[in-house]
Design a protein around this ligand. Structure first.
Ligand code: CU
Length: 306
């Protein structure tokens, strides 16, 4: 089946590109949404992202399962309702049945059926929640601290000693200023880019320990199915394991209204292969060592005079 993408739709005319017949905007939009749902296409914002971790894929599967149950319920309920409205209308000579005021059989059925539906939804949901909370056997821990309005990443385990802040990238920060004169559409990844992203290895169970130094923030990357509050005085845990072969840049945002610049503290994660990650850690440690080492250069004349 051909997958419809956002780029395939001519938004000015609200119909698929190359469509010679003038379809109504609503019908075209509905057709596009339906095609995307059927093809599990999540690239255009109509649906949840499937993501790159087992948790995000589990969330997507659960979401679709509940969605189809809702579609089934809607068809049965609205079908019965519309059929009854049409078939038993007064103009057709329908006579109301005023004798049936109670039916134990019907009451048992409409109690048991919803209970079964709820259990069918609750079992996989509980299973997924238990998986989300299971941070055992993580291979890399990173302490994440929220500040108004930036993130600090402090590595433990294999990355012990690596410690840096991640703030909004300069071009986005400049463009967002009042009367900057910069068209935000000209800035790549406007408000979704940082000076120094969090770097993690693929195929590795990464555990984040989240806290905050001021107000409540929330660390959120939709493609990881990962979102948790960073609360002052508490340490919350969160884990994800990005599938091998899914290396790349993933973006998210602070998801708790945390003050004036809440919209300006994005999250960017650079997922690398374990070998590339090891190299990156070594580079960071070498750079930190160099920065901390006392200068071996002879003092300048100005320093001597002082
Ligand atoms: Cu925040």
């Amino acid at each position: 089946m051909r997958v419809t993408r956002a780029s395939d739709i001519d938004f000015r005319n609200n119909r698929p590109r190359g469509c010679s017949r003038a379809a109504t905007p609503f019908a075209a939009a509905l057709a596009a949404v339906w095609t995307d749902i059927a093809a599990a296409n999540t690239s255009n914002g109509y649906n949840l992202p499937i993501g790159v971790t087992s948790l995000s894929q589990g969330m997507y599967a659960l979401h679709m399962e509940v969605f189809w149950i809702c579609v089934g319920i809607a068809i049965v309920v609205f079908g019965a309702m519309i059929y009854s409205l049409v078939k038993f209308r007064r103009s057709q000579g329908a006579i109301p049945d005023t004798t049936m005021v109670h039916s134990t059989k019907v009451e048992i059925i409409w109690t048991i059926v919803p209970v079964i539906i709820l259990v069918v939804m609750a079992v996989p949901a509980a299973d997924l929640i238990l998986k989300q909370e299971d941070t055992r056997n993580s291979e890399l821990s990173i302490r994440v601290t929220g500040y108004q309005w930036k993130w600090q990443y402090q590595y433990m385990d294999a990355g012990e000693g690596v410690d840096f802040f991640s703030t909004l990238k300069q071009d986005s920060n400049f463009a967002r200023q009042l009367d900057s004169g910069v068209d935000p559409f000209s800035v790549p990844n406007y408000l979704l880019d940082v000076d120094k992203p969090l770097v993690i290895p693929s195929g590795t169970k990464v555990r984040l320990l989240l806290t905050s130094m001021d107000v409540i923030h929330a660390w959120w990357v939709p493609d990881f199915g990962a979102k948790r509050s960073a609360i002052p005085g508490f340490v919350n845990e969160l884990w994800f394991k990005v599938d091998s072969g899914k290396e790349g840049i993933y973006r998210g945002q602070c998801a708790a209204l945390c003050g004036r610049d809440h919209g300006f503290m994005p999250v960017v994660v650079d997922v690398r292969t374990p070998d590339d990650f090891k190299k990156w850690v070594e580079e960071q440690k070498a750079a930190a060592k160099q920065a901390a080492a006392p200068s071996s250069a002879p003092p300048s004349s100005a320093q001597v005079l002082n």
